[in-house]
Every structure is written in C-alpha cells, then in structure tokens.
Design a protein around this ligand. Structure first.
Ligand code: FAQ
Length: 322
C-alpha cells in the first residue's frame, strides 16, 4: 500500500512546484509522485464514487437478465453487465494506487459513508428501460468520462480510455434496442416513450448540481481532474441527445426545450435539484434496496476472499520453502 502523505516534506517547495508544472504541461501525476493531500483526497473521493457506481449500476439492468426477450438480447445484456463489473475493478485498482484499500472503500459504501451515482436509485420497470439506460445513462456517462481520459492523474486517465470504449458499445446497444422497439407495435412505442419520460431528468442529474452549487468543481478543474464544469457537460449531453431523440421518434419530456440560434445550442428546463439532493441523501426510490443487495453480495462473498487470502499465504510459504 502506498503510504498516505500526511505532512509536507522539507523539500516541499520544489516538489509542489514540480506538481504544478506537470499539471500545467498536461502531463500525468503518477502514484509515487508527490501530490498535495487534498488532491489525493479528491481523487480518492471521485474514483471511489465512480467505482461504486459501476458496481451498483449492474443492479438495475441485472434485474432483467433472466427475462431478456431473446438469446441475442440476453447475450448483449450479460456482456454489458460484465463490462460494468470490470470498470468497477479497474477503478478500485486506480484508487488503490492512492493508498486506500478496496475493502475499506466497500465498507464505506455499504455503511453509507461514500456515495454512488444518483441514477442507479431508480427502478427498471420493463425492457425498454434497458434500452433507455444504454442510450441516455451510458450516453451521459460517455459525455462525462471522455474528458476524464485527460485527467491529470495517470492511473485514472488510463483506466478511462478502455472504459469509454466499452461505454460506447453500451450506448449503441441501447439505441439499437430502442430503434427495434420503435419499429414494432404501438404498445412497444409507448413503452419506449414511457421509459424516456422517466429517465430523462434523472440522466441530466447525473452531471451533478449546477455550477453555482458545486463545491468541488473549481478546485478539481484547477488540478485538471475535471476538465469541464457540470453545466458544460450537461449542455453537451443535451445537444448530442436531442437529434438522436428526433431520429428515434420520441419526445423529450421538457416543454422548455428549444434551439437557441444565438448560442448554437439547445435551451432546456431546470432539473428538480431537490429531487437530486434527496436521492443523494439516500431517499431515492431504490437506495435502500441497492445498498442492501450490495451488502448481502459482499457478505456472501466473504468465503471467496478468505479462500484467496489463504491460497496467497500458502503460495508465499511454498516460495519461502524453495
Ligand atoms: N450522484 O461538487 P460536486 C456510469 C455529489 S458511471 C451522487 O459537483 P464533483 C456507468 C458529489 O459527489 C456514473 N452524488 O462534485 C454505467 C459531491 O459530494 P461529496 C458515475 C453526486 O465530484 C452506466 C456533491 O454531490 N460517474 O454511469 C452526484 O466535483 C450504465 C457535490 O457535487 C462518475 O462517477 C450524482 N449524480 O462532481 C454503469 C464519473 N453529483 O463527495 C452501469 C466521475 C454530485 O463532496 C450502467 N465523477 N454528487 O460529499 C465525476 O465526474 C464527478 O464526481 C461528478 C460530481 C460530476 C459526478
């Protein structure tokens, strides 16, 4: 484990200067480099929250694995859920390079001390939700995460490259599923519209509070952890998604949505920030269920962790004997 730096070393001025210079030159800070404690803490917070989101994010769709409408859809959904598990693991590994332990991070998640994305606290009511999660939720994730490939912290930036490639497949599969449903019956088209109506606003909330209410953005931008503000990315997502909605033939549930010629972007309504705060606080429709499922999975997996630790101990003992 990398020891957490608790005090500024005597040679700090040079090290701090080097840190600033590396960040300013768009190079990467690596695990053994000196970094300000607050930079380390910010990264641990964001990467852990991101990892937890990937792992908890398997639940809403996992719910549909046994009820997929065809073998093809089931294979696609299985591959997607497995990708999310992989993303969680790369991200926990990236967090560990900062001196934390993944077991501790999991404890902090299941005891409610660390957050995960608000979006995964909404229920998936039918198979159109699987398509809409791919289209909107993975679409929002891509918008937010592509800039993170240029994050100043090397292990996080590198993890994001592969994650973004896989998220693009997820987005495409969702859109293709929805296109298929839209070519189907009237009832199937209604299912898609209903799912879009329920997921649109929560997807916009994934980008976080508006810039004026985002305590972390300014510092994260200065350190080049975040490359755009929450509102900039939300706008980018709306601009990207409106033409896709038109092509699909669905209506986005926002009466204020209109093209702004002057700005060259779409104006849109205000998300319900009270709802976002409630969901983040643990009062969303599925928070309790999500955390209790994660807790049960962690407890049921204790024997695997014990067996792996015992196996590693024996291997070490054998190496010692040779
Ligand atoms: N939900 O000052 P800011 C995915 C918290 S992965 C919950 O703006 P920041 C893949 C925030 O933590 C989705 N909490 O914070 C997938 C902070 O609390 P704290 C996850 C939220 O960090 C797809 C407080 O509010 N993606 O979808 C949310 O600068 C399909 C103040 O906010 C990432 O994690 C929220 N929506 O900006 C999987 C991407 N928004 O810790 C399965 C990386 C804010 O100070 C199926 N993360 N909070 O107590 C980020 O880019 C940033 O952390 C933001 C928040 C933009 C999420």
């Amino acid at each position: 484990m990398v020891p957490v730096q608790t005090e500024v070393p005597a040679e700090a001025p040079e090290l701090a200067e080097r840190f600033e210079a590396v960040v300013a030159a768009e190079q990467r800070i690596e695990p053994r480099d000196w970094m300000p404690e607050a930079y380390r803490a910010t990264l641990i917070r964001q990467i852990a929250q991101h990892a937890h989101s990937e792992i908890i994010g398997m639940q809403p769709e996992g719910n549909w694995l046994t009820r997929a409408p065809s073998l093809r859809r089931k294979a696609i959904l299985l591959a997607k859920a497995q990708d999310e598990a992989g993303h969680g693991l790369y991200l926990y590994a990236a967090a560990e390079t900062l001196g934390v332990d993944r077991g501790d991070l999991t404890e902090r998640l299941i005891s409610g001390r660390q957050k995960y994305s608000s979006i995964f606290n909404y229920p998936t009511l039918n198979y159109a939700d699987v398509g809409v999660i791919g289209w909107l939720v993975d679409g929002a994730a891509i918008c937010n995460q592509v800039p993170l490939c240029r994050c100043s912290y090397g292990p996080y930036a590198r993890a994001m490259v592969r994650i973004c490639k896989e998220e693009s497949f997820h987005q495409r599969q969702g859109y293709e599923l929805l296109m298929t449903l839209m070519r189907g019956t009237e009832a199937q088209r209604r299912m898609v519209q209903d799912a879009v109506d329920r997921w649109w606003w929560p997807s916009l909330m994934m980008f976080g509070p508006s810039d004026g209410d985002s305590p972390n953005t300014a510092r994260s931008m200065a350190w080049r952890i975040k490359r755009h503000t929450n509102d900039e990315l939300r706008q980018r997502f709306v601009d990207m998604t409106v033409p896709q909605a038109e092509h699909l033939g669905v209506t986005l549930p926002d009466p204020e949505l209109r093209w702004n010629e002057e700005r060259g972007g779409w104006d849109f309504g205000e998300p319900d920030w009270t709802e976002l705060q409630q969901v983040i606080k643990g009062n969303g429709p599925c928070n309790e269920q999500r955390v209790s499922v994660r807790k049960a999975a962690h407890e049921n997996g204790a024997w695997v962790r014990e067996a792996a630790a015992e196996y590693a101990r024996k291997q070490k003992e054998r190496e010692h004997d040779v």
